[in-house]
Design a protein around this ligand. Structure first.
Ligand code: MN
Length: 496
C-alpha cells in the first residue's frame, strides 16, 4: 500500500521475472493511467473501483501472463467504465492493448440467457475471443474478482451472475486446463448460485473431514525421508482440501454419501522427473496400503484437457484416507494454469529433459506452433488464432442465448438443449435463416432456429444425428414409450 492506502504497482511487478526496463515502464504507465481513469469511482462495496482493476492485473501477473496482457488487465474497464476513447488508449498504449481491452469490453456484454438480444454482435465477440485467448483469460480474471465480491451486488442480480460464472466461465477455464482458476470461480459462485446445496455440503463436511492435518503432515515427513533414502532429494509437497463445488458434484454422483469421497484431502508430491513420479508411487505403496481401484496413471493417459499426474489413495494407518497426486513441476504448473503455462512458463526442473508440454491435445500443439511463429515475426495477433472450440461448438438462439454443444452436434441436439418439449416436437430447423436437414452439423456462431409442430415426434433416425446424451436419452425414452410393443403390453420393463 502507498500513503493514500492504494495498492502499489510493485505488488504486481514482483510476480514478473525477468522484469525488464520496458516491462516496468509499461506497467507503471498502465497502473497510473488506470488509477487516474477510475479516480473517484466506487464499487458496490463502496471500495474504490481501482481495487477491482488492481485485483485483475494481480491475478494475471500471478498466472505469469505476458506484460502486455497484464497492462490490458489494468486497462480492461477503461473504455466502458471510465469512458476513455479508443483513440486515446491507442495513442498511449498501441494497437495490441486496445485490441485486448476492446475484446474484454465486448465480452462483458455476453449473457448466457440472452438478456440482451444482439445476436450479430454476440457472434462477433465469440469470434474475437477465439482469435486471441488472452482476451478470455483477462475476462476470466475479471469475472473471478467480480464473483468473489458478489455479496455486495444487489440480490436480484447475484444468482444470475453466479450461475453464469459456473456455467460459462468455469467451464471455459476447465477447457483451457486452468484448474486453479476453474475451482476459484466455482467456489466463489457456489454459495450464490446454489445456497441450499452449499449449506448442505458445508454440513456434510463437518461430519467427515477426511484425514487430519496432523496425518497429512506425518505422511509428508515419512515420505520426505523415504524418498531421500532412495535418492529422490528434490521434492516438495502441497496439501489441498477438496473445493466445495467439486465436492458437491461428486456427492451428487455418490448419492450424497461423503464416506465414498476419498479425495477430501489430497497431498501433492512434486518431484523432478517422470521417472521419479513412478518411483515415488512405488515407494508410497510400499509404505502405505493403497485403496484398490484408485490408482490412476494420468501421465501415460492424460485427461482430455491435458491434465497429467499419478493418483493413488492410501490408508494413513491412523484411520484416515488421503489421495496422493504425484507430478513434476511442469505438470503442476499445467494443472494449475493450463494454457497460460504452455505459453508463458519456461520449462524448468525437468530432470530428464524429455517431458514437453502435453501434445495430446491438438489445439495445444497448434498453439505452440503459433507461438513459435510469433516469436519470429512478432505478429502475435495475426497468428494466434486459437481453436479451443475444436471439441465444442457455441451456437445461438435467434434471441442471442448461447448454447454450448459437443462438436458435430445437430439441430436435434440444439432443440433438446433448449427444452425436451421442443426436442420432442421438432419438425424442422433453420441455420442462419435457411432451412436445413436435421442431420446438419452445427458450426461455431451459427444461429439456430427450431420449428415445432404439435404432431411432430422423434424418429429412430434422430439417434444417429444426436451427439448429446440428453438428446439421445429423450429420443430413446420417447421411442420406447411409443413403441408398438409397449402399446400392446402396457408398462415398460414388465416383459423383462
Ligand atoms: Mn472489470
Amino acid at each position: 500500500m502507498d500513503k493514500a492506502g492504494d495498492p502499489t504497482v510493485e505488488e504486481v511487478l514482483r510476480h514478473i521475472s525477468p522484469l525488464t526496463k520496458e516491462c516496468r515502464a509499461l506497467l507503471e504507465k498502465a497502473y497510473a493511467f488506470a488509477k487516474q481513469a477510475h479516480a473517484g469511482q466506487k464499487r458496490y462495496s463502496g471500495e474504490p473501483y481501482f481495487n477491482h482493476i488492481f485485483a485483475v492485473a494481480t491475478l494475471l501477473a500471478e498466472m505469469k501472463m505476458d506484460p502486455v496482457t497484464i497492462a490490458a488487465g489494468f486497462l480492461h474497464d477503461a473504455l466502458e467504465d471510465a469512458h476513455l476513447s479508443e483513440e486515446e488508449l491507442e495513442r498511449e498504449f498501441g494497437k495490441e492493448i486496445v485490441f485486448l481491452v476492446k475484446g474484454v469490453t465486448k465480452l462483458g456484454k455476453l449473457k448466457y440467457r440472452g438478456l440482451e438480444r444482439h445476436t450479430e454482435s454476440l457472434r462477433k465477440f465469440f469470434i474475437a475471443m477465439a482469435q486471441d485467448f488472452r482476451v478470455l483469460i483477462i475476462k476470466l480474471c475479471d469475472r473471478l474478482h467480480n464473483a468473489k465480491t458478489l455479496e455486495h451486488v444487489p440480490k436480484d442480480k447475484r444468482a444470475r451472475i453466479a450461475l453464469e460464472t459456473i456455467e460459462i466461465h468455469a467451464r471455459l477455464a476447465d477447457r483451457l486446463g486452468m484448474g486453479k482458476l476453474r475451482s476459484q470461480l466455482e467456489d466463489a459462485a457456489f454459495p450464490h448460485a446454489f445456497p441450499e446445496e452449499y449449506k448442505k455440503v458445508k454440513e456434510l463436511l463437518k461430519e467427515q473431514r477426511g484425514a487430519s492435518e496432523k496425518e497429512v503432515e506425518k505422511i509428508h515427513r515419512i515420505l520426505q525421508k523415504e524418498l531421500a533414502a532412495e535418492g529422490i532429494v528434490r521434492m516438495r509437497t502441497e496439501s489441498r482440501l477438496k473445493h466445495l463445488y467439486s465436492l458437491w458434484k461428486k456427492l451428487e454422483a455418490r448419492k450424497m454419501d461423503i464416506t465414498k469421497v476419498y479425495d477430501l484431502v489430497a497431498l501433492r508430491v512434486i518431484v523432478e522427473s517422470v521417472e521419479d513420479c513412478y518411483r515415488a508411487l512405488g515407494i508410497i505403496h510400499r509404505l502405505w496400503r493403497p485403496l484398490p481401484g484408485r490408482i490412476k496413471d494420468y501421465i501415460a493417459l492424460p485427461k482430455p484437457n491435458g491434465y497429467r499426474s499419478l493418483h493413488t489413495t492410501i490408508f494413513t494407518g491412523d484411520g484416515g484416507i488421503v489421495e496422493i497426486q504425484i507430478r513434476t513441476e511442469a505438470m503442476h504448473q499445467e494443472a494449475e494454469y493450463g494454457i497460460a503455462s504452455h505459453l508463458f512458463y519456461k520449462e524448468e526442473g525437468e530432470g530428464d529433459g524429455r517431458v514437453r508440454p502435453n501434445r495430446n491435445i491438438a489445439w495445444v500443439e497448434q498453439l505452440l506452433d503459433w507461438q513459435k511463429q510469433v516469436s519470429h515475426s512478432g505478429e502475435f495477433l495475426e497468428h494466434l488464432k486459437m481453436d479451443f472450440f475444436k471439441y465444442r461448438v457455441f451456437v445461438f438462439t435467434p434471441k442471442g442465448d448461447v448454447i454450448d454443444l459437443p462438436d458435430e452436434s445437430s439441430p436435434i441436439d440444439f432443440a433438446y438443449a433448449i427444452h425436451s418439449d421442443i426436442g420432442d416436437h421438432t419438425s424442422g430447423a433453420k441455420v442462419n435463416g435457411k432451412l436445413v436437414p436435421l442431420d446438419t452439423k452445427l458450426k461455431n456462431g451459427d444461429i439456430v432456429e427450431i420449428e415445432t409442430k404439435k404432431n411432430a415426434a422423434p424418429k429412430s433416425k434422430w439417434l444417429e444425428y444426436a451427439k448429446t446424451t440428453v438428446a439421445k436419452r429423450h429420443i430413446r425414452n420417447f421411442l420406447e414409450d411409443h413403441s408398438p410393443l409397449r402399446r400392446l403390453f402396457g408398462e415398460r420393463g414388465s416383459a423383462a
